[in-house]
Design a binder for this molecule. Structure first.
Ligand code: GLC
Ligand code: CA
Length: 543
């Protein structure tokens, strides 16, 4: 496979609303990100994926865009954006923009026009259907944010499709004019020198609503090939698609370099392993660790040489992993955060760090729906209340899976509002910010930040981390995840104790030469009888 810069990169996701406020209005902004670039450069990341900063009425916090070529005033100006690209570039960091083109905001001029009537020139930019024969919904498609995916438009007597909120009407990708407009917009950004695109719910652009097909529609890959040819194919950039329903077979369609589509996709199979099959994400079950390992191994082996993995535990839609599958108590937060980091960063693929992950930020449970901002959680709450569900049970689901968990402001230091803002934060901080923050973590001998720094360094210094072959050992072990990476005659062994109790690893056939990295002092060297402490994660060089 031809080597590209993004194969050996580490990406850091910034959720701008919650990263750093520079003017005291309680909302993070572009100038705030510029102030923190030195911090990110010190961490060692190569790329920033910036969640949307475009003009938006914020029904879904920027994922509902009313102008793709304007910066939302609360985040700054186009000049600020250009400065951010330039300042990042000076530090060898590239800016990857969020591309949200499955839908626009209902306040986008295209939709405002389209709503004017059936014969408007922009009508066909969106997906309209007549009512069913009984006058009801065109069909039973549901919105990801609860309720039907169809909204009635009084003016024209038709319904429009919205797979997300009513304020996020779906674009009609079948219309070549829609695609043309999107290519122009993408080229506008590419010409500004950005480092690529993260493509929001890109697997839905080929939908066939009349056949109830939403993801992986028949024309999806044609559109992506056309997109590649007309836009980023002429640039050396990173493109990553958000594809909730991808299997390894499907992921190869996107990321096999011969097909000229995307660099890689986010697949979510591991993320759903604490959910009941075929139920909404709110209906959880205990994580099956054997299954978790099998999923990672499947993706590592099946994409090998024919595609590329993106590696992540966290993003702005997913609760904090250290709280959900690790242990965020005072005793084990630090070691378990480092365990997850080690687990992921030694795998083959491009790792993504979500802001605050590098200092072990945790979930923020709430006791009332009033404390929640996220539209997905709020809609689900009201829907289930109407169905007669117990409010406490609903809140428990929100505390476990809700998106606000990862959207709380970044915890920089122990001063008021954690150094995030001098004003009133748009969303309350995690109450533990005085203990868990960048400044405090930094001073610690066992800093999580420094552990991430080392992992990133290892990737830079050892081709083995980027290109080495992956092999899992002990797939049936109920507590340990053990894998090897080998490259040019060198082999590293990664031994992970996933749980909060001690474990023993016995491997008389292998010999450790040295310890490359551990989340504890004095980790054992005798692989024939290795005692592992709670959440211990060690990387060995084998002899
Ligand atoms: C993606 C985004 C999410 C957003 C949704 C609709 O899943 O990551 O935050 O709500 O798409 O745009
Ligand atoms: Ca601000």
């Amino acid at each position: 496979m031809e080597k590209k810069w993004w194969h050996s990169s580490v990406v850091y996701q910034v959720y701008p609303r919650s990263f750093q406020d520079s003017n005291g209005d309680g909302i993070g902004d572009l100038r705030g990100i510029i102030q923190r670039l030195d911090y990110l450069a010190e961490l060692g990341i190569d790329v920033i994926w910036l969640s949307p900063v475009y003009q938006s009425p914020n029904d879904d916090n920027g994922y509902d865009i009313s102008d793709y070529q304007a910066i939302s005033p609360e985040f700054g100006t186009m000049e600020d954006m250009e400065r951010l690209i330039e300042e990042a570039r000076k530090r060898n960091i590239r800016m990857v923009m969020d591309l949200v083109v499955n839908h626009t905001s209902d306040e986008h001029p295209w939709f405002i026009e389209a709503q004017k009537g059936r014969d408007n020139a922009f009508r066909d930019f969106y997906i309209w259907r007549d009512p069913a024969e009984d006058g009801g919904l065109p069909n039973e498609l549901l919105s990801v944010f609860s309720g039907p995916a169809w909204e009635f438009d009084e003016n024209s007597g038709q319904y429009y499709l919205h797979l997300y909120s009513k304020k996020q009407p779906d674009l009609n990708w079948e219309n070549p004019e829609v695609r043309e407009q999107i290519w122009n917009m993408m080229n506008f950004w590419l010409e500004k020198g950005i480092g690529g695109f993260r493509m929001d719910v890109i697997d839905t652009i080929g939908k066939v609503p009349d056949e109830l097909i939403t993801t992986n529609g028949p024309k999806l890959h044609d559109y992506l090939q056309e997109m590649n040819q007309r836009t980023f194919g002429n640039y050396d950039v990173l493109t990553v698609g958000e594809t909730w329903g991808a299997t390894p077979e499907i992921a190869k369609l996107y990321s096999d370099p011969d097909r000229e589509e995307l660099s890689m996709v986010f697949q979510f199979e591991h993320i759903g392993l604490d959910q009941q099959p075929d139920k909404p994400k709110w209906d959880t079950k205990p994580l099956d660790f054997i299954e978790l390992k099998a999923v990672f191994t499947k993706w590592q082996t099946e994409l090998d040489g024919k595609g590329w993995n993106s590696l992540f535990w966290n993003n702005h839609d997913i609760p904090r992993i250290v709280s959900n599958w690790g242990d965020d108590s005072e005793e084990y937060r630090v070691v378990s955060a480092k365990m997850f980091a080690t687990f992921l960063h030694l795998l083959k693929g491009t790792p993504y760090i979500y802001q605050g992950e590098e200092i072990g930020m945790i979930n923020t449970p709430v006791s009332s729906i009033e404390e929640i901002d996220d539209i997905e959680s709020k809609n689900m709450y009201h829907e289930r209340i109407a169905q007669g569900c117990d409010p406490q049970a609903i809140l428990a689901s929100i505390n476990k899976k809700g998106r606000d968990n990862s959207r709380r402001p970044m915890q920089w230091d122990a001063t008021v509002h954690a150094g995030f803002t001098s004003g009133t934060p748009w969303l309350a901080l995690n109450p533990l910010y005085r203990e868990i923050n960048v400044a405090a973590d930094y001073l610690k001998e066992d800093s999580i930040f420094k552990h991430y720094q080392k992992l990133i360094q290892l990737r830079k210094e050892h081709e083995l981390v980027v290109w080495g072959e992956y092999r899992e050992l002990l797939p049936e072990d109920p507590q340990l995840y053990v894998y090897e990476r080998s490259y040019n005659g060198e082999t590293w062994l990664v031994v992970i104790n996933f749980y909060g109790t001690t474990a023993v690893y016995k491997d008389p056939s292998r010999q450790a030469d040295s310890i490359i990295l551990s989340n504890y002092m004095n980790s054992g060297m005798e692989l024939s009888n290795l005692m592992l402490r709670p959440y211990e994660a060690v990387v060995y060089q084998l002899s």
